[in-house]
Design a binder for this molecule. Structure first.
Ligand code: G1P
Length: 294
């Protein structure tokens, strides 16, 4: 049977509890925190759509209903905006529900990123698919996922987005070891090994996985065979390590700006970054930042 190469589906793991942002996340999902006026998860969904993918699978858990409501039609709100003649806002609101076909699957227990991907096996089926970790918001042109799909077409195997991070940050990421004897062009590497959150001393490099994966369906059996780690979680990095014994896996550096909105400082920086790029806000906001009040 020929290998299916078109990527049509993106998985968004979104079942995490968001404890880093308590109390803001006590009653709302962290994925719904806004960067200016758009929830974090919408940035990732727009990246998928701009990369030509509109089938979205969101892995949710308890207390995540706001995500489902956000991507659904809101008839009451639409007729209110219509009556008031707020045409632009109406368009904006309609765009959100019109842009994607969305399916939801519950993770049940928080058993790790690998487990979150595994619960989508039935919905993904036997075809390549992408995973976006919404916390990592990437401003890039072409979009990060599009850049990865271009690499996928050339190398014909799983592609992980990576970025060089300072040595004191390697323990927060999955780190890849690359085979420097294989030349695949600028910023594209063959992966030799992967390790989840190594200490600074154990890290094989400073190339960190940054929340974008293009995977092939053979990741599912690999994940089923992957043991839980010390914390009881099934790590996607460990599943990929298992898969690496059977096939080649690739990494590519993304041309663009990444924000880790999963921690407070990164979140605040992202708010400033996107506000400064908004035509309706940038001038006044820049003046405010320059003023003595800050
Ligand atoms: C997860 C992955 C890690 C990856 C990171 C990117 O970790 O397990 O390999 O480098 O996302 O953001 P988390 O940030 O969920 O702890």
């Amino acid at each position: 049977m020929p290998v299916k190469s078109t990527v049509r589906k993106v998985v968004f793991p979104a079942a995490g509890l968001g404890t880093r942002f308590l109390p803001a996340t006590k009653a709302q999902p962290k994925e719904m925190l806004p960067l200016v006026d758009k929830p974090i998860i919408q940035y990732g969904v727009e990246e998928a759509v701009q990369s030509g993918i509109d089938n979205i699978i969101i892995v949710t858990g308890r207390g995540k209903n706001a995500i489902e409501d956000h991507f659904d039609v809101n008839v009451e709100l639409e007729s209110f905006l219509q009556q008031r003649g707020k045409v632009e806002l109406l368009e904006e609101i309609r765009k959100i529900s019109n842009m994607i076909n969305v399916a939801y699957v519950r993770q049940g227990e928080p058993l790790g990123l690998g487990h979150a991907v595994l619960v989508t096996a039935e919905l993904v089926g036997d075809e390549p698919f992408a995973v976006i970790l919404a916390d990592d918001v990437i401003d890039a042109s072409p979009p990060a996922l599009q850049q990865m799909m271009d690499v996928f077409e050339k190398v014909g195997g799983p592609v992980l987005a990576v970025e060089r991070v300072p040595p004191d940050q390697v323990s927060a990421y999955g780190i890849v070891d690359i085979d420097t004897s294989i030349d695949l062009g600028r910023g594209v590497y063959a992966v030799r090994d992967l390790v989840e959150k190594p200490s600074r001393d154990e890290a094989p490099s400073n190339l960190a996985i940054i929340g974008r994966y293009l995977l092939t369906p053979d990741i599912f059996p690999a994940l089923r065979e992957t043991a839980s780690d010390r914390t009881g979680e099934i790590q996607l990095t460990n599943g990929l390590r298992k898969l690496l014994k059977q096939r080649k896996i690739f990494a590519c550096e993304i041309a663009g700006t990444r924000h880790d909105t999963g921690n407070k400082l990164g979140y605040l920086k992202a708010c400033v970054y996107f506000a400064l790029r908004r035509p309706d806000l940038s001038e006044a906001f820049r003046a405010y930042l320059r003023s003595e009040r800050v």
